[in-house]
Design a protein around this ligand. Structure first.
Ligand SMILES: Nc1nc2c(ncn2[C@@H]2O[C@H](COP(=O)(O)OP(=O)(O)O)[C@@H](O)[C@H]2O)c(=O)[nH]1
Ligand SMILES: [Mg+2]
Length: 196
């Protein structure tokens, strides 16, 4: 990573295979490790520019072929990372697979658990980090409006903070514009250049 102090950070988190790394590449124009196999991204990917850092965190939640212990360790890493750096984190982007979201939520809720992406939204809010939801894989969704409404209801995030995307084809304009707004509002128009 670059030298000097980081004063501004945007983090990206979500389950494995939701398209975090694909989104990251399209936003910052950098190639990051991508995997067909869920859970390939174990270490974060960083994009550094001056005192700005964008962080593609490892995937959390259940991963096929990974032990519960491994999944727990990854979650502890993510939680620790966010807590430690919350003072400088301007935005937390929670990426979800819009096509799979309802099924995942229903499955976990029926077992009496809170889905990990919803836990993450609450965790970020508790740390006073502004939450953005990237509703990725919208190409896999039939009823767009209804899906976005469901995501909003389940996460408690207002529809204006939910950004539909298809990272695979580079349709990431909605979240990109929202993040550009964040740097503008912070008086850091010099950072607009980080966005591809
Ligand atoms: N259908 C669809 N597939 C996507 C989209 N974005 C990413 N993918 C695919 O989802 C898989 C996982 O992507 P990746 O970026 O590695 O996910 P990560 O594990 O969250 O970092 C890859 O095969 C991507 O090509 C999308 O918007 N729609
Ligand atoms: Mg990844």
């Amino acid at each position: 990573m670059g030298s000097g102090q980081v004063n501004a950070e945007i983090i990206f988190c979500g389950r494995s295979n939701v398209g975090k790394s694909t989104l990251f590449s399209h936003l910052f124009g950098v190639r990051v490790r991508k995997g067909k196999k869920p859970g390939t991204t174990i270490e974060p990917n960083f994009y550094r520019y001056r005192d700005f850092l964008a962080t593609d965190l490892p995937g959390f939640g259940y991963m096929k072929g990974r032990s519960d212990e491994f999944v727990e360790r990854v979650k502890d890493f993510i939680v620790g990372y966010i807590e430690e750096n919350s003072y400088r984190i301007w935005a937390g982007v929670v990426v979800i697979d819009s096509g799979a979201f309802r099924e995942i939520v229903e499955r976990w809720e029926s077992r009496g658990y809170i889905p990990v992406e919803i836990e993450m939204v609450d965790f970020l809010k508790d740390l006073d980090i502004e939450v953005f939801i990237c509703a990725n894989k919208m190409d896999r969704v039939r009823n767009r409006k209804e899906t976005l409404k469901y995501i909003s209801e389940k996460t408690g995030i207002t529809p204006e903070m939910i950004f539909p995307c298809v990272a695979k084809t580079g349709e990431v304009g909605s979240i990109k514009d929202a993040l550009k707004n964040v740097v503008m509002q912070r008086g850091r128009s010099d950072l607009l250049t980080v966005f591809k």
